[in-house]
Write a protein that binds this ligand. Structure first.
Ligand code: 2AM
Length: 169
């Protein structure tokens, strides 16, 4: 099973990102646009691992209170476009604690530095990075919990299914 732990995006930031996607489409930018239901902030990418219960147990050992996050800019890395989040200590602490619990439980995960982002376009073609807007109207949402997600390949793109949810305290 291909697993990752994430925060699904709520309406306000998701609508903002949909607007950016719409603008890109109007500029004839082609590529693999993430559908609304796939927009998320990944906290830890586990990859192939067949024991979701172990992962949920590790997730439930992370103690955190609800907090809010703000999407406020966009950027790209080669042909991958993402929306970035304003600096956020609570979010960074959550990712750090979560990864610590995963490591304690010997659950493998990608150790690349956590950089909070929401990917909204992959393999962009016909896009001049210099021409793209960078600042967007900020949109905030509350983070009330974290989700364990299963990633499978569907006929027309990735399908993400929530296997479990751990609420903040
Ligand atoms: P991305 O959006 O920047 O590609 C599911 O694949 C989620 O896990 C995506 O949000 C993806 O980030 C993230 N992810 C982090 N590390 C990954 C890796 N090594 N391979 C695939 N996805 C990874």
């Amino acid at each position: 099973m291909r697993l990752f732990i994430s925060i699904p995006l709520e309406d306000e930031p998701a609508e903002l990102i949909s607007d950016v996607q719409k603008t890109f489409r109007q500029q004839n930018v082609r590529g693999n646009y993430a559908p609304r239901e796939n927009l998320h902030i990944t906290l830890a990418f586990i990859g192939e691992y067949n024991d979701p219960e172990m992962v949920l147990a590790a997730m439930s050992r992370v103690r955190f209170s609800p907090f809010s996050v703000t999407v406020d800019h966009i950027g790209c890395f080669d042909e991958l476009w993402w929306a970035g989040l304003a600096e956020n200590r609570a979010l960074e602490a959550l990712a750090r604690e979560l990864r610590r619990e995963l490591a304690e439980a010997d659950i493998p995960f990608d150790k690349k530095r956590f950089r909070a982002h929401v990917t909204f376009l992959r393999r962009a073609e016909n896009m001049s990075a210099a021409a793209a807007p960078r600042q967007i109207k900020p949109a905030s949402m509350a983070v009330n919990g974290i989700s364990l997600m299963l990633s499978t390949r569907g006929k027309s793109g990735m399908i993400y299914t929530e296997l479990g949810y751990v609420a903040a305290e």
